[in-house]
Ligand binder design. Structure first.
Ligand code: 13P
Length: 254
């Protein structure tokens, strides 16, 4: 079995100010100083990328974006291209976050295009997948995840997943304080890996699958201990230095 390096990603969403992110960045840098066996990335709002890149420049902490345009450049007011993100030292780009899918109408196909464009710009996409509560309750979780993954596989091909991360975020667990149980998370993570393994065994074994949805220091260890959970995509708790650092420490045991 592949040794997958745990990854913890902070998704700050639309939070923070220039004043509030400075101590947050410093706290994370100081708290993760010693040789770290896990990978950590911060995804601030676009406008704070420059500030974050400056603060993180001599550290192992990576930078990522919360979104990325599927288009290269041109008259697309308000959009940010993958090349621009690369310019600001981004390593990762979250694509297909459920908030983008639900609130901004991002379809499976658009997400697939974003995934492709991010990789074209040498960013590592963090592809978010996850079901709504009614889909879970009607037993459709796997069908939803499969549809979301297949849209990307069909566009970019399975080989592209060698350089990608998947985040399973059950929508009903995001920002609700209602975490999936470790067993529920493991079940879907194992399903994702199996689905990918049908195409490419070695890639499926090596790809990191993160869990996201109300992860906190208090529940991180039990979730990260599951066999197919390789770290987390952290929303609310990533805005609190102590919480976030403790979640990072919990990931050491992944
Ligand atoms: P919360 O950790 O606030 O539930 O958010 C999860 C998430 O959406 C991360 O992308």
């Amino acid at each position: 079995m592949a040794q997958r390096r745990p990854l913890v990603v902070a998704n700050w969403k639309m939070n923070g100010s220039l004043t509030s992110i400075r101590p947050l960045l410093e706290g994370v840098c100081n708290g993760l100083q010693e040789g770290c066996d896990i990978e950590v990335a911060i995804c601030p709002p676009y406008v704070y990328l420059a500030e974050a890149a400056e603060k993180l420049k001599n550290t192992d902490i990576k930078l990522g974006s919360q979104n990325s345009s599927h288009l290269e450049s041109g008259a697309f007011t308000g959009e940010i291209s993958a090349d621009m993100l690369k310019d600001f030292s981004c390593v990762f780009a979250i694509v297909g976050h459920s908030e983008r899918r639900a609130l901004y109408g991002e379809t499976d196909n658009l997400v697939a295009e974003k995934f492709m464009r991010a990789q074209d710009a040498a960013l590592v996409p963090i592809l978010c997948v996850g079901e709504q509560l009614h889909e879970r309750e009607s037993g459709d979780t796997e069908a939803v995840i499969e549809r979301q993954l297949n849209a990307v596989i069909e566009l970019v091909g399975i080989a592209a997943f060698k350089n990608a991360v998947i985040a399973y975020e059950p929508i009903w667990a995001i920002g609700t304080g209602k975490t999936a149980t470790p067993e529920q998370a493991q079940e879907v993570h194992a399903f994702v890996r199996l689905l990918l393994a049908r195409h490419d065994d070695a890639m499926a074994d090596g790809i990191r699958i993160l869990y996201g949805g109300s992860v906190k220091a208090a529940n991180a260890t039990e979730i990260f201990n599951m066999a197919d959970v390789d770290g987390g995509l952290i929303g609310g708790a990533s805005l609190d230095i102590d919480e976030f650092l403790n979640i990072c420490h919990a990931a050491r045991g992944c």
